[in-house]
Design a protein around this ligand. Structure first.
Ligand code: M6R
Length: 621
């Protein structure tokens, strides 16, 4: 939900570094980009709607004079994605510039007041009140730092913001509340950023800003003020992620690179075993209930967690969407372990729920981003060791979350055998990836025709003739995914992936639920992906396969090598090592579905890394 960067350098032009850094945050928003630098008593500004590369081609964003500046990529909330609504925003006389990530909830009343005092507004954004408020306060004699403090006493909502003023050259003042902001401390180069990939190339020394603390960057260093404006020291963490981890390294998209990194993620996350054992030893005797809270893909990982913890550790387990938490969390008590799963550790709904749960229960965060808000607020943390995930669609971090959950459930249930099995999973995934061409080839059937060849036209003119062709998925706009037990959550995650990056409407159902309604939607235009790993539920999911096949659906079967029943009944199939049973299926069977969504997206000429309307990290409720 927007990315911000600020940088102060000593005797060096800032715009190329600022541009490079903000480009690394494009996954947080790609509605617009803008940079502002300070030079010779003047703010230089370039900004426009569009993706980073498009706007740079038009404006040459690296060409701005100055040694300090701020930059922004936007995911629009207030006001459409236009040039005028792009950040940075300026005060009326263009001497102060501000970038902001978050939402100022009371901006309308502030705007009204400022208008009555003679301020003009050019954009529809909530942010534009900030530079004008700073201006108003500086005109009363306050310096930039004091003015920013006064602003945050007035604004309500969520923010990470940074401001520069020509009256205080080579200085950035930044602050945050409910939106992430880190501080990078390099050699004569100082940064603020929404996330570490922006600055890894320049420094690994990171400090974290707490709510309503201020950071002041100038050419001689960085200083921090607590919420009462006392000068404070900060721990500086040296983070181990390298800048290469945030590059595509020869892959056409981050998503496919990240899919390919999943076996490494599993191996790395298994190294969390001692930490998980420590947490289990601390809490096991004191809990009688587990509650998972998460959004999106992290919610799907949580569903697997429910099935695992209930069956392995026999502890009652519930799962709630973070956005629904406040409506039904009344039964929490000190015997409940509430587990928050979040790749970013910054999802607004998840953090809100975490704050509520902290009042009555033990809390555990399963998170990928080091030092993120969830890790600092929960009682315990398990890191999914996936490295930076840039593709908007979660892939390797989902696998990391699952591994953390499998470790937790196995250790809660004293099931060392399952942990042993997890060490084989990277090999199964590598076997799947070695056969990715099968899925790539199949996904090409979803390619839309740009020009209809003449010889197809007569067929097309016959009603439905073209649509009903069984081996042709060009027209497909709806799909179903079905699974049972552990495979139900795989179906949900597979459907979400397809929706978010291929824009195909996809429904996931528990196989047994189809005949209670949704089967009415099945006909020969709706392909159905059937997840049928070996195990207790295999026969039952095969019956569900028969039900949809009888209604004309094309069947895409995902099952075990040698599963002749599935092979004979599917129109297409993708086969996986038969050692992968239904218990560990979520870790492996999801991979062909990730590949399917990726290659369908590519076949339809879409950008899987930057799906429309989405951002990597959802920092507003
Ligand atoms: O950072 P989080 O795990 O808290 O994010 C939760 C969801 O926003 C996220 O999983 C989202 O659904 C992804 N785009 C899924 O690919």
């Amino acid at each position: 939900m927007c990315g911000i960067v600020g940088c102060v350098l000593k005797n060096k032009e800032v715009a190329p570094i600022l541009f490079d850094s903000i480009s690394k945050l494009e996954y947080r928003g790609y509605d617009s980009i803008g940079l502002a630098t300070g030079h010779n008593n003047k703010i230089n500004l370039k900004k426009d709607a569009g993706k980073v590369a498009e706007v740079d081609a038009k404006l040459d964003l690296k060409d701005l004079d100055g040694t300090y500046g701020i930059a922004h990529v936007r995911w629009a909330t207030h006001g459409d994605p236009s040039k005028v609504n792009s950040h940075p925003h300026l005060n009326n006389d263009g001497t102060i510039a501000v970038v902001h990530n978050g939402i100022i909830e009371n901006y309308l009343s502030i705007k009204k007041e400022l208008e009555s005092e003679g301020y003009d507004f050019v954009s529809d954004t909530d942010t534009e009140v900030i530079p004008n408020l700073i201006d108003k306060y500086m005109k009363t004699g306050l310096d930039l730092t004091q003015a920013v403090r006064k602003v945050i006493n007035v604004i309500e909502g969520a923010y990470a913001l940074a401001a520069i003023s020509v009256s205080e050259p080579n200085r950035i003042v930044a602050t945050r509340k409910d939106s992430p902001l880190i501080v990078g401390i390099g050699e004569e180069e100082y940064f603020i950023a929404s996330d570490s990939p922006a600055i890894l190339k320049y420094t690994n020394n990171i400090a974290y800003l707490e709510k309503d603390e201020l950071v002041i960057l100038d050419e001689d260093g960085v200083s921090f003020l607590d919420e009462n404006d006392n000068l404070i020291g900060k721990d500086v963490e040296v983070i181990q992620w390298s800048p290469d981890m945030a590059e595509k390294e020869g892959f056409p998209h981050f998503m496919i690179k990240e899919i390919n990194e999943q076996s490494t993620t599993i191996r790395n996350t298994l190294n969390e075993k001692d930490n998980v054992q420590f947490i289990v030893d601390e809490i096991k005797e004191d809990i009688n209930k587990v509650l998972f809270v998460a959004c999106g893909t992290s919610y799907h990982a949580s569903l697997t967690g429910k099935y695992l913890i209930e069956s392995l550790a026999e502890i009652q387990t519930e799962v709630l969407l973070a956005s629904e938490f406040k409506y039904s969390a009344s039964s929490l008590n000190e015997k409940t372990l509430v587990i928050f799963i979040s790749q970013s550790g910054e999802t607004a709904d998840t953090l809100k729920a975490l704050d509520i749960a902290n009042k009555s229960s033990k809390t555990l965060a399963i998170v990928n981003v080091r030092g993120s808000s969830a890790t600092r607020r929960a009682d315990y943390t398990i890191y999914t060791q996936a490295g930076p995930e840039i593709g908007v669609a979660a892939t390797k971090t989902y696998i990391g979350q699952l591994v953390a959950i499998y470790l937790l459930a196995s250790l809660l249930g004293d099931n060392e055998n399952l942990i042993e099995k997890l060490y084989d999973v990277p090999r199964y995934i590598e076997e799947v990836l070695a056969k990715e061409d099968i899925i790539k080839h199949f996904s090409n059937k979803f390619k839309k025709l740009s020009k209809v060849p003449k010889y197809i036209k007569p067929i097309l003119s016959m009603p439905h003739a073209y649509k009903g062709l069984k081996n042709n998925f060009r027209h497909v706009e709806d799909m179903f995914f079905i699974g049972r037990g552990y495979s139900y959550s795989i179906a949900l995650e597979g459907a979400l992936k397809l929706k978010e990056i291929s824009y195909i409407h996809a429904e996931a159902y528990a196989g047994g639920e189809l005949k209670h309604g949704p089967i009415a939607l099945i006909d020969d235009d709706v392909p159905v992906v059937v997840l049928a790993p070996p195990g207790r539920d295999h026969r039952k999911i095969m019956s569900n396969l028969e039900e949809v096949k009888a209604r004309g659906a094309s069947i895409i079967g995902i099952g075990a090598i040698g599963d002749e029943d599935l092979i004979s009944k599917s129109d297409y199939n993708f086969l996986i090592n038969s050692e992968v049973d239904e218990l560990i299926a979520p870790l492996v069977y999801i991979v062909p579905l990730q590949l399917l969504s990726y290659y369908v997206s590519v076949a339809r000429n879409l950008n899987p890394d930057k799906p429309k309307n989405l951002a990597k990290c959802v920092t507003v409720e």
